[in-house]
Design a protein around this ligand. Structure first.
Ligand SMILES: Cc1ncc(COP(=O)(O)O)c(C=O)c1O
Length: 556
């Protein structure tokens, strides 16, 4: 399935020569370099340097509207459009915006996400002219309403938690609380429902043991710690662009003030050189796989903050990804490396058996979180007994410590109990049966409509997780998120890079979504944001942005 081109053969030859001169250490180093993805995301030290180097600047007034050298008339049209959009959103949701403005100076997370919704050069002028609220007051079915009762179709996905619709989780939370009411806040020993939870989890994940945590990040930390404990090795392999929570060892590079740890290797996913490195090295404890990456191997989550042109591309190939996981599994077996499937995001979304069943691979440990808490915060590791054991029979002092005050909190366990029983019930089992075909068909329906309307956007995705891709090399593609908001579609702060549907979307809701999405794209087109000058391409845009940065940095 993999092809090596002539160029990489040349590099290998050069490496072999160097290794003869430099010895096995250098040879190993060079092999590792060849297993890195060629993009910046594969070279984290460079990515950090570039991120630190990039100068701050913004497009003021007139330039903001015509940074693509559009004619004055188009600039004016865009200016009017922004004014209209800003005042429509402000008039509709005054209380929501007031709450947002009052809270923002005191909540660093709100400041971060409102700053990184769009490419940074556009941010300041945009926030002076258009605001969106950060508060929701109600949810019902596929809808969320803000503090001004403005209803939006909810495709934020609540970071991936919302898989079955808001009402499903409300009742899991309520019934779960009822179930554990008599025990209340008691921690340490478990509520009796935990026995059922553990049995169901072991069956679903096809594993022997379970450990409970408070978040997906903690579940990943624990799985990695266990892998290190049992192998006696330090190195963790993650793949380029894959998110596994915000713990230092799995989130190296920009966003983390520490330099990338030498114990984390970020390798090229779906590449034979990666398998070679795994086979050759003796210091690897585990490989972490985030199955969401099947949508865009070796790329980070497609966020509108980096949408400076129209080059966003996704390449989901189920069969190729399944084949990759099979080969990865084989190397892990040969080398005694722990294969950790991180299903914190995708768990239960692709079916009851999750990504393991969907792609046909049996992991050593699986991490879950998000939706499994039935609406409450959770992290879970399910694993084979040999990997989950936290002590050695022969060495009483050699334990693998992991505790957490709120692990297995009664409310979480109660809601999880309701969740696990419901997902195995006939209604959700029937929904799983038709899930894949249904969402492929819906994607086709929307793309046909977009094509029919001559709109330069398409949707791509895996099951219920979609992204918008753009056919126009425009500097303003990120504006679509605000037109969608105007049409009453709620996106997460990542914008049009992640549209996360849930199973409560019936055909009529989906039809409503399509109508609103198309209206948003039409308005965006009519307002001139997709005007493109002759010769403008994604490449010319990127060059221009780079030139701007160099000019500003060195005051040229
Ligand atoms: C695949 C994956 N792993 C781990 C995490 C971290 O989970 P949490 O945010 O609950 O710590 C996430 C969160 O998005 C995730 O998507």
């Amino acid at each position: 399935m993999f092809e090596e081109n002539g160029f990489s053969s040349l590099i290998i030859l050069a490496c072999a020569l160097l290794a003869l001169v430099g010895g096995p250490k250098l040879w190993q180093r060079l092999q590792l370099s060849l297993a890195k993805h060629p993009s910046m995301a594969g070279h984290l030290r460079w990515a950090k340097r570039l991120a630190n180097w990039a100068p701050a600047y913004d497009y003021p007034g007139e330039q903001w509207f015509r940074v693509d050298h559009a004619p004055e008339a188009v600039g004016t049209q865009r200016r009017h459009a922004l004014q209209r959009l800003g005042s429509t959103l402000a008039q509709r949701s005054p209380q929501t915006l007031a709450l947002t403005q009052a809270t923002k100076p005191m909540v660093s997370d709100m400041q971060l996400i409102s700053r990184y919704r769009v490419p940074f050069q556009f941010q300041k002028f945009l926030s002076d002219n258009l605001q969106i609220g950060s508060y929701w007051a109600h949810s019902k079915g596929v809808w969320v309403a803000d503090a001004d009762e403005q209803r939006h179709l909810d495709v934020t996905g609540s970071y991936g938690v919302n898989l079955f619709g808001a009402d499903f989780y409300k009742s899991c939370m309520q019934e779960g609380m009822d179930l554990v009411r008599d025990l209340g806040p008691v921690l340490g020993a478990y509520h009796p429902c935990v026995q059922e939870n553990v049995t169901m989890l072991c069956q679903i994940a096809r594993k022997d043991e379970v450990s409970f945590h408070m978040s997906g990040t903690e579940a990943v930390m624990q799985a990695v710690r266990l892998a290190r404990y049992h192998t006696g090795k330090r190195k963790v392999v993650r793949f380029t662009g894959a998110y596994h929570g915000w713990w230092d060892d799995v989130q190296p590079g920009p966003g983390n003030p520490m330099p990338p740890s030498n114990d984390t290797l970020t390798l090229n996913e779906m590449h034979p050189q990666t398998l070679k490195v795994l086979r050759q090295r003796k210091d690897i404890a585990c490989v972490l796989v985030n199955p969401l990456q099947a949508m865009h191997p070796n790329k980070a989550a497609p966020s509108d903050s980096t949408l400076i042109d129209g080059s966003r591309q996704l390449s989901y190939d189920k069969a190729a990804y399944a084949q990759w996981l099979k080969e990865l599994r084989q190397v892990c077996d040969e080398k005694g490396i722990a294969f950790i499937m991180d299903e914190v995001f995708m768990g239960f979304r692709l079916g009851l058996g999750g990504a393991q069943a969907f792609f046909g691979v049996d992991a050593d440990m699986v991490t879950y979180g998000k939706t499994l808490g039935g609406g409450f915060p959770v992290g879970v590791v399910c694993g084979k007994a040999a990997w989950m054991r936290r002590f050695h029979e022969e060495k009483p002092g050699n334990i693998c410590f992991a505790r957490g005050t709120f692990n297995a909190h009664p409310s979480v366990m109660g809601a999880m109990n309701v969740f696990l029983k419901r997902v195995q019930g006939p209604a959700i089992q029937a929904a799983y049966q038709k899930m894949e075909g249904l969402w492929i068909d819906r994607m086709r329906q929307l793309n046909d409509q977009l094509l029919g309307q001559d709109l330069p956007v398409r949707v791509v995705g895996m099951a219920t997780v979609w992204s918008v891709v753009y056919e126009v090399p425009s500097r303003y593609n990120w504006m679509l998120q605000f037109y969608m908001r105007e049409q009453g579609i709620a996106l997460s702060w990542v914008g049009t890079g992640r549209i996360i549907f849930n199973f409560a979307f019936e055909d009529e809701h989906f039809a409503e979504f399509c109508q609103r999405f198309i209206r948003a794209a039409q308005a965006m087109q009519n307002d001139g944001w997709w005007w493109t000058g002759q010769g403008q391409s994604n490449r010319t845009i990127r060059r221009e942005v780079m030139r701007e940065m160099v000019r500003i940095k060195w005051a040229l």
